[in-house]
Design a protein around this ligand. Structure first.
Ligand SMILES: NC(=O)C1=CN([C@@H]2O[C@H](COP(=O)(O)OP(=O)(O)OC[C@H]3O[C@@H](n4cnc5c(N)ncnc54)[C@H](O)[C@@H]3O)[C@@H](O)[C@H]2O)C=CC1
Ligand SMILES: O=C(O)C1=N[C@H](C(=O)O)C[C@H](O)C1
Length: 217
């Protein structure tokens, strides 16, 4: 008889639990974990102290994320930050100042790591023209968090497009004389973020140092 795999955590606090991404995360993880929902209006520090989660996932807003991180640093509980809007400079400062496992995950989609790897290879051969990121028009931050990290890596500019009833796409254009090469990663279903979230949970359970993390092989 096969042995049931031990889950790395028991009680996960999801901040932003009722949002588009937070609700998908809570639905999927509630099959295996006790979920504590943190919603806007509740004092984050009080909710953490009351429920003592063993992992936190933050998918809230670029407006509050640095204030939330300061609270997580005081509680020193492992945390996965999916919220966008943290600049690469701030992300590095946060990682340097955090002596416990904290993952900043610009993009949970497993394919995004492949996009970065291919972009880095192409950028050694061709001039990077620009990044074009397209998202649904409910997205509150612009440019996207993922494109900020791509631009930092590729030293280029970002064009942002917002359209109704869309999810997310990141494109990178490379130019050579008389021609363009474009590579892109597109999310066509929000459920595609879930495997990356499960990867991040598994990875953070190995107690890594605070870091910027891209799920995938
Ligand atoms: N890393 C990744 O792969 C992905 C990241 N995101 C990011 O996750 C964040 C959330 O995205 P969505 O769910 O689409 O947005 P949303 O606006 O649907 O959800 C955000 C939720 O957080 C809540 N919230 C806002 N401020 C809060 C606070 N101070 N405390 C507690 N809750 C608060 C809002 O009331 C809302 O329910 C955004 O920053 C987005 O860019 C979204 C998709 C994928
Ligand atoms: O808000 C979104 O939807 C997304 N946000 C992330 C970002 O800003 O990069 C990741 C993904 O593109 C979806």
């Amino acid at each position: 008889m096969g042995q049931k795999r031990m889950l790395p955590y028991h009680k996960i606090l999801v901040s932003g639990a009722r949002g588009r991404l937070g609700s998908v995360i809570c639905t999927r993880l509630s099959a295996d974990y006790q979920i504590i929902e943190h919603v806007r209006g509740l004092d984050l520090s009080t909710v953490i102290a009351l429920h003592q989660p063993d992992l936190i996932i933050d998918v809230t807003s670029h407006i509050n994320i640095l204030a939330h991180i300061a609270i997580y640093q005081r509680h020193a509980i492992p945390v996965i930050i999916g919220t966008s809007g943290i600049s690469p400079v701030d992300a590095r400062l946060v990682c340097e100042a955090t002596p416990f496992p904290l993952l900043i995950v610009p993009n949970f989609s497993m394919g995004f790591k492949t996009l970065i790897q291919q972009a880095v290879i192409l950028s050694s051969q061709y001039k990077v023209s620009k990044i074009i990121e397209t998202h649904h028009n409910q997205k509150k931050d612009s440019p996207s968090g993922s494109s900020l990290f791509l631009a930092d890596r590729l030293d280029t500019t970002i064009e942002s497009i917002r359209v109704p009833r869309y999810i997310a796409k990141h494109e990178i254009q490379f130019c050579m004389e008389g021609s363009l090469i474009t590579i892109s990663h597109e999310v066509t279903d929000k459920s595609s973020f879930i495997p990356g979230i499960l990867h991040a949970i598994e990875y953070i359970s190995s107690k890594p140092s605070a870091q910027i993390y891209y799920p995938g092989s």
